[in-house]
Design a protein around this ligand. Structure first.
Ligand code: CTP
Ligand code: MG
Length: 229
């Protein structure tokens, strides 16, 4: 299974002056943890890291230090996540029939989750890892007034990996460009194009490291998983 890792962001909400994926959690850069999970997944055979050339020197050093045995390619990122994934899709080897897309910032996803998604994508056109939401969610207008309260049992929080048939996803991305759709995940392009996206049970600990608080939470989850350093 081919895996694309969007890693071309700037980490604005982290308030850091460099790509947040180069920040350390448990003595390793965030992207290193994501790569280790991909390396440990029996299903993943090829890894494409979508990233900005300014980070390539750092990324190459991280890849070399990890001594990964799977082929890894660096692919030029875009100015939005959507553009980055678009570039990644164009750079997939021609034999890639399905693809998993997993955010570099979700460094706590387990190899088991990657394996389950890889197995499931052989049986359906599109899927995402997701977990049921625990909070009651409110729809709020620009004045801070609640407009509605969607039924919680129908709400799921989207994670990555997300998996798709390559041909179909390329088609949805092209449609997105043509129609000017701006979305925050690939499933949304699939949905807008009228294709079904299946849920795969995600992991409570599979958080996206976004703010400085998330660094501390990620540190705690690793400690729980692997013990004291
Ligand atoms: N990403 C990407 N290309 C972009 C923007 C984001 O590949 N132009 C990647 C990020 O590197 C990250 C994933 O998409 O792994 C999810 O994005 P997010 O968590 O929003 O990361 P950033 O965009 O870096 O953070 P922020 O939005 O706070 O600037
Ligand atoms: Mg972002």
């Amino acid at each position: 299974m081919h895996l694309l890792i969007p890693a071309a962001g700037s980490g604005r909400r982290m308030g850091s002056n460099r790509n947040k994926l180069l920040l350390q959690v448990r003595s390793r850069p965030i992207i290193a943890w994501t790569l280790l999970a991909a390396q440990a997944s029996d299903e993943i055979s090829w890894i494409g890291i979508i990233s900005q050339p300014i980070d390539w020197q750092d990324f190459k050093k991280i890849i070399a230090d990890l001594q990964l045995t799977k082929p890894v390619e660096l692919i030029q990122g875009g100015s939005t996540r959507q553009e980055s994934v678009y570039n990644g899709l164009q750079s997939l080897p021609a034999n890639a029939k399905q693809v998993l897309i997993h955010d570099g910032a979700r460094c706590l996803a387990t190899p088991d989750l990657l394996n389950r998604c890889a197995e499931a994508i052989r049986q359906c056109p599109g899927l995402i890892a997701a977990v049921p939401v625990k909070d009651t969610i409110k729809v709020v207008d620009e004045n801070g007034i609640i407009q509605s309260t969607p039924e919680r049992s129908q709400l799921w929080a989207a994670q990555t990996p997300q998996g798709f048939g390559v041909k179909l996803l390329k088609q949805c991305h092209a449609e997105g460009v043509a129609q000017g759709w701006e979305v925050t995940d690939d499933a949304a392009l699939f949905e807008k194009s009228g294709y079904q996206v299946q849920i795969v049970q995600g992991e409570e600990t599979n958080l996206k490291v976004t703010t400085p608080q998330d660094l501390a939470i990620a540190e705690f989850i690793f400690k729980t998983r692997f013990g004291e350093e």
